[in-house]
Design a protein. Structure first.
Length: 194
């Protein structure tokens, strides 16, 4: 029998004890209910359940110790420790990427909620929702170049790729700022809030 098969059978038996544990707790409660002299041994359901599960798990581990005979990590589909370091680093990189994507999403949401502001792109003006939609589409087209929220600001939300002109945000009061300056300020708020 192969290692993964032995491990699978052991896991099924361990799960079976988990299924039997509530029944054992209920049987104990029923047994105690009929005996007045055993009232000192009345325990909460959760305590009986956890003790039965723990004791049966230890029993399984001892009884099937020789049956388990775990082979090499490769037989179980696990990688040696040297590969684990690479996986941990990859996982950390992915988590950083997820955080950066959340920041970009927050910036796009910020743009979409700028009521009364107009976005000037190549001489044409757009409302906040149209600007947010445009930034999301442009981000999707340039996804491979954007690794961080600052990349998003510099490479997507900063200037027009066709004309090279910077994007301008015109506020209700008529004042104007480059989208880069506005989004960098918003990003600083986002990062300091975290």
């Amino acid at each position: 029998m192969k290692t993964y098969q032995r491990l699978f059978i052991f896991t099924l038996l361990a799960l079976a004890t988990a299924l039997l544990s509530p029944w054992a707790a209920a049987a104990w409660a029923h047994l105690i209910a009929g005996r007045a002299d055993w009232q000192d041994y009345q325990y909460p359901f959760s305590r009986i359940f956890s003790r039965f599960f723990m004791i049966s798990g230890i029993g399984l581990f001892i009884v099937f110790r020789r049956f388990r005979k775990l082979g090499s990590l490769n037989e179980l589909g696990l990688k040696p420790l040297t590969h684990a370091r690479c996986d941990i680093l990859l996982g950390a990189a992915v988590s950083v990427t997820i955080v950066e994507r959340q920041k970009i999403e927050a910036l796009i949401k910020y743009v979409g909620e700028m009521n009364g502001a107009k976005f000037v792109r190549n001489g044409s003006t757009y409302d906040a929702k149209a600007a947010a939609t445009f930034l999301r589409l442009k981000w999707g087209a340039n996804d491979s170049e954007v690794k961080t929220a600052r990349d998003f600001i510099d490479k997507v939300a900063n200037f027009s790729a066709t004309s090279g002109k910077p994007y301008i945000i015109r506020f209700k009061d008529g004042s104007e700022m480059t989208s880069r300056d506005v989004l960098l300020a918003a990003l600083n708020k986002i990062e300091n809030h975290d």
